[in-house]
Design a protein around this ligand. Sequence first.
Ligand code: PMP
Ligand code: GLN
Length: 381
Amino acid sequence: GNPLFASGGITIFEVMSGLARKHNAINLGQGAPDTDGPADIRQAAADATMNMSNQYPSMMGIPELREAVARHNKRFYDLDIDADREVMVTAGATEALANAILGLVAPGDEVVLIEPLYDSYLPIVKLAGGIPKLVRVTPPHWELPRDELAAAFSDKTKLVLINSPMNPCSKVFSDDELGFLAELVKRHDAYALCDEVYEHLVFDGRKHHPLMTFPGMRDRCVRIGSAGKTFSLTGWKVGYITACAKLLEPISKAHQYLVFTTPPNLQYGVAYGLNQDDSYFNGFTAVMENKRDYLMKGLREVGFDVLDSQGTYFITCDFRPLGFEGDDEAFCQYLIEKVGVVAIPVSAFYQQGDVRHFVRFCFCKREAIMEEAIERMKKVF
Ligand code: PMP
Ligand code: GLN
């Protein structure tokens, strides 16, 4: 096979969910809710399945969803988006990311990436022939090393990939950091690929600010969202890209050869979802913030050093206060086999280095499930 994929392992999320099933452990690993998204959204997709065409929809996505994405951009971020020319529907954020990287990066172009990295970023950059330039943020504060970031840019930089709110560290980039990044992008005449799948999972009264809203960035950003995250429907794999027509055009060329289009019934469901009033979005954030608080309190009681979680589905913890001898992979193995709980080792998000004492727990779960996981950990630690 292609050494790019063949030499790598199975993605950490699949590995850990497989182990959860095998050991019948509570899965606080992979980021997926254990309760399905709203019944009315699912009903809208069911109605569309029965009443609308089930044949190939337009390659760019059904007009109803593209318009809903444009309206969502206006409502939350005051962005004026042309639904016909600046929105494309994809098979989840994963395909959106792949389209953007394959469509925009030519062999030899440099791509600036910030570790910890979501699993698909680096393989697709390499597939495109891009040259990755890695900068890292590290626990416990995940501060952006500005000098290193500036040094990672050059006249060969085509793209910087930014994930805010950021998986797995739950960092929400500050306006100051985003402004700094925007200046670098403009100075080097580059573009930003903005993975904003957790845009509605931002806590403690913070607001999500897309890089696209910063001065001069409207036509330099490719903004990606995911219905999986926003509506707790991860299995649907519906994502959406917002970008100016000049950037979207090459991105759509990648999409036409990767999947061409995505299921129309699910697109109708997501359009219905995005058109809901603010109470859905506010309620969703509030429910998830409560879940975060619940798991955070439990993890503290177990004895972890629990880091701040400003957004996403995740909490990162340092397990050294528990007295465990070994690295994060050994800890996760112990946790599965001896405790019956699954977490994700944070080192899986780094190419190399010394981040070996942190694990990620996922809190988009029912309280009773999280309670049971905490009880199991309290018994052992
Ligand atoms: N980006 C990040 C940062 C993620 O955590 C995820 C996880 N699901 C994705 C992209 C992929 O989203 P989707 O399931 O819509 O492909
Ligand atoms: N984004 C999810 C996570 O970080 C997993 C998605 C996947 O399994 N590919 O847990």
